[in-house]
Design a binder for this molecule. Structure first.
Ligand SMILES: C[S@@+](CC[C@H](N)C(=O)[O-])C[C@H]1O[C@@H](n2cnc3c(N)ncnc32)[C@H](O)[C@@H]1O
Length: 198
């Protein structure tokens, strides 16, 4: 459910993103959040797929988390978000608190590589949105945590073909996955898990 509190928080973050881009802030100081339509797509994916164990790699200030957590609330699920930057983590907590989504989202503060190695899973939806050079390794760490039918969505496939064309090609060549690049916003690689037990 997207209620007034979620709507207000999403609108605040969208306005901040526009203002920070207009001011020319370096990307490390911006939220680097997904486009609204990508948030809507993630919401639809969770609700239509009844995804209840959701993992987000790269939570930033919580914009995409808010979409995922609002969807998780709708289907009785939960989001675990991984974020490295302490300032982003502080902002993430504010976002999720203001949106009233604290019962549907948790944050693990620190490097996702270390966090993933300590997670049990299984997850049925993963949103991968961290540093592009790390996608391959992060996917590899998340892969054993995925159940049959799980979906991995990776952002920036078309906006950053170097290096992410290789990420997309590797997923599309993997017979244990069905994977397609969706030309939505910055480009999403959507990979469905066809078998586990690697
Ligand atoms: C593109 S932004 C994520 C935007 C967010 N998904 C949204 O749409 O609101 C990438 C985030 O990943 C975080 N990040 C990068 N490498 C990381 C790592 N190894 N572990 C955890 N977080 C990481 C960055 O600090 C940054 O906040």
């Amino acid at each position: 459910m997207i209620d007034e509190r979620v709507t207000a928080v999403l609108a605040r973050l969208e306005a901040e993103d526009v203002a920070e881009r207009a001011a020319g802030l370096p990307s490390a100081q911006r939220s680097r959040q997904v486009a609204r339509t990508t948030g809507q797509f993630l919401f639809s994916l969770v609700v239509s797929g009844n995804s209840t164990r959701i993992l987000e790699i790269g939570g930033s200030r919580g914009y995409s988390t808010a979409w995922l957590a609002a969807a998780a609330r709708t289907v009785g699920g939960r989001v675990l978000s991984l974020e490295l930057d302490p300032l982003k983590c502080e902002a993430w907590r504010r976002t999720i608190g203001e949106a009233g989504l604290g019962d549907w989202a948790d944050l693990v503060e620190g490097d996702a590589h270390a966090a993933l190695a300590g997670l049990a899973g299984p997850f049925d939806l993963v949103f991968l949105d961290a540093e592009k050079d790390d996608y391959e390794r992060l996917f590899g760490l998340a892969r054993p945590l995925l159940e049959l039918g799980a979906v991995v969505v990776a952002d920036n496939i078309l906006s950053h073909p170097d290096p992410l064309a290789l990420y997309a090609a590797a997923r599309q060549a993997d017979p244990t996955l069905e994977s397609v690049t969706l030309p939505l916003d910055r480009g999403l690689e959507v990979s469905s898990v066809l078998s586990t037990g690697l």
